[in-house]
Design a protein around this ligand. Sequence first.
Ligand code: TXE
Length: 481
Amino acid sequence: MQQLQNYINGQLIAPAAGQYIDNYNPATGQVYALIPDSDAQDVELAVQAALAAFPAWSSTPAETRGRLLMRIADLIDQNLDRLAKAESVDNGKPLKLAKAVDIPRASSNMRFYGTAIQHFASEAHYMEGTEAINYTVRHPHGVAGCISPWNLPLYLFTWKIAPALAAGNCVVAKPSEVTPMTAYLLSELCMEAGLPAGVLNIVHGYGHKVGAAITAHPRVPVISFTGGTATGRSIAATAAPMFKKLSLELGGKNPNIIFADCDFTNALHTSIQSSFANQGQICLCGSRIFIERPLYEQFRDAFVEKAKALTVGDPLEDGTKQGALVSEQHLQKVLSYIDLAKQEGGSILCGGQQVQVAGRCEHGWFLAPTVIEGLPYNCRTNTEEIFGPVVTLTPFDTEEEVLRYANCTDYGLSSTIWTQNLPRAHRVAHQLHAGIIWINTWLLRDLRTPFGGMKNSGVGREGGFEALNFFTEPQNVCVKL
Ligand code: TXE
């Protein structure tokens, strides 16, 4: 059985305590690899390696750093098939999705920040009358801690480490222990690309051991985290009294608002994707669908028909639209929310139960796409993050009403609006409590834009120069002329 290793100081090494964690294939329910069960000793080695590498890396010209990131991007592209298969096996997502979205986006992240750093400038302020000039220098922090989740493993891992490295930091990163494989393969590609030792260190293991040790380490002054809101809260509780800089990308409970004047075909087709892509395990999925009453029944019936037609099956097969949920524990969590929805008075229009896939996947963790109606807008099913292939449908009559519904949760990550009335689209957009709004589209991403949420969906923004600002410390120099 394959045994993964940590990537520390340019080398692949075993965890100090010699312990390993089982790594499951969600489509078969079988253990297929072992992950280092690292601890604070391994994090210490990684931080020391990063500190040692920092002086040379931070003084390497931005163009050279960028070129190395682009070399890694090229290697990701060259290994597309291998990485996509590894992601699919590790996470349960359809191979087709990993090949079309996850892995190409990972190389885009590296390439985007490899070039962005060459266009990153700081400001100068001339003081009229006083004859003085201020200029701002943006220094890398030193060692950045990057902690990422299981739903888009390589995609979100590279989304953090690329800007951190481009800005001149060295990195200690921890992928999710649920989906470690592509981060491990990336460490091999970094070695092949010639990334200097210690610049990027990848420590595998549990959040409460490795993640907590990175968060609490006094020599890691900056932490970028994506994951659950409860974990974000615990990271903030450790990091805030140490005055660390924090970027937190947390959960969502995103509204998908459908007005009766929408382009029906487009709204329907895209809403199926925004509900069920990656088995609904994307923080940007629109899990609460609000439909203007005149369109309600027509939309509901067509939506349910399409949801029923989604093929749930072996993620490696071409025709599969829905793969497995990431873990048995997560499957049980999602099923418990379906039970809760029933208790809260919801009617299950389709799905609601596990799917038995014949053959090699008979023990996999599959769930039928589930559509629920008849729930109050502010019940637990409609306000807590489920993070699975489960959506609710709710009719509304007025803009004021749907804004009240949409804004009633503690989350504020993204929202989608479907209408052909542009003044209304903008009016509603500006009143929604969400960091990211899509109008007549979903998940259309320009990497230059600020990405992140309001309220309990997070603190700070990733993307574009926002991330380079985050991973640097501004210093103002004032010169009296
Ligand atoms: O996330 P965790 P989990 C949501 C989703 C899901 C829930 C829990 O609702 O059901 O979060 O998922 C590391 N200190 N999202 O348990 O635990 C952990 O090892 C430092 C939304 O997988 O937050 C992993 O690397 N790190 C989300 C990372 O944090 C810790 C995507 C995320 O794991 C830690 C995934 C600690 N104390 C889940 N504890 C999104 N918004 O994209 C854990 N970790």
